[in-house]
Design a protein. Structure first.
Length: 260
């Protein structure tokens, strides 16, 4: 089953049960991000299939996403670049905070904007061919898709500065050590693991997933007192619905829960 998006030529959407598999399909550009692909991602996350409970995001032809399509970047004025960067931020926020858990199956290039895209997703699995890199300094530009926040929060400002200054590359094992990926798997194994994890995540209560996605990263930005208050609010909302009742009954009855 295919769900209509802004441009299916750059993003294939396949709903497999309650998991939406999104495959970036610009093989001649190593799946570099252009306006069409960004628009297709925006269209999906603004109006995902109602049956979708989790998403798997991956690439094709040996690469996840090699970043911003520089052939388009050079045509933009200062004002246009500002608006484009802010538009990119909006789409990455939709991915991170939209409420659907997103698992990335990564191989080949996760470079520049590709790394920004990956770090907007919630679970990241990397194969041995994976290259994590922020090479913008070598192009005379600066990150504009959210790396200073998302990658910077993972690595810390000091390590990200060194990564950008030197243009160094990290492989899958190094990525796991640094937090850029959560799992390192063998060649060709990322998609199967992503589907397995997405299936497990999809079996969680939807409100619990929503709260985990939306509360935890925000709490990380807050003071201790504010974070604890938001935690209490999140607990109260998630534990007062029918799914919480079902989860507790299932635990007491020693069976798997059946959430809405």
């Amino acid at each position: 089953m295919t769900h209509a998006v802004a441009n299916p030529d750059v993003l294939n959407v396949d709903l497999q049960g309650n998991i939406a598999v999104l495959t970036m399909t610009r093989p001649d550009k190593r799946n570099a991000m252009n306006d069409d692909l960004l628009g297709a991602l925006k269209a999906f996350f603004m109006d995902p299939p109602k049956d979708a409970r989790a998403v798997v995001l991956t690439g094709t032809a040996g690469h996840y996403c090699s970043g911003l399509d520089l052939s388009e970047h050079v045509k933009r004025s200062t004002e246009e670049t500002l608006y484009h960067s802010r538009g990119w931020h909006a789409v990455m926020d939709m991915i991170q905070f939209g409420g659907l858990p997103v698992v990335s199956a990564i191989f080949g290039a996760a470079i520049g904007g590709g790394l920004e895209l990956a770090t907007s997703t919630h679970v990241r699995i990397a194969e041995p061919s994976t290259i994590f890199q922020l090479p913008e300094g070598r192009r005379g530009i600066f990150v504009g898709g959210g790396a200073t926040v998302r990658v910077g929060r993972i690595l810390g400002a000091d390590r990200m500065t060194e990564m950008m200054l030197t243009g160094r590359k990290f492989n899958s094992e190094q990525g796991v050590q640094l937090g850029l990926a959560h799992y390192a798997v063998g060649e060709g194994e990322s998609l199967a693991m992503a589907m397995d994890l997405a299936g497990k995540i999809a079996r969680n209560a939807p409100m619990s997933n929503y709260m985990m996605i939306n509360s935890i990263s925000r709490i990380d930005d807050m003071s201790k007192a504010d974070g604890l208050y938001v935690e209490s609010l999140s607990a109260a909302v998630s534990q007062s619905g029918p799914d919480a009742d079902e989860g507790l009954r299932a635990f007491l009855e020693k069976r798997a829960p059946t959430f809405r």
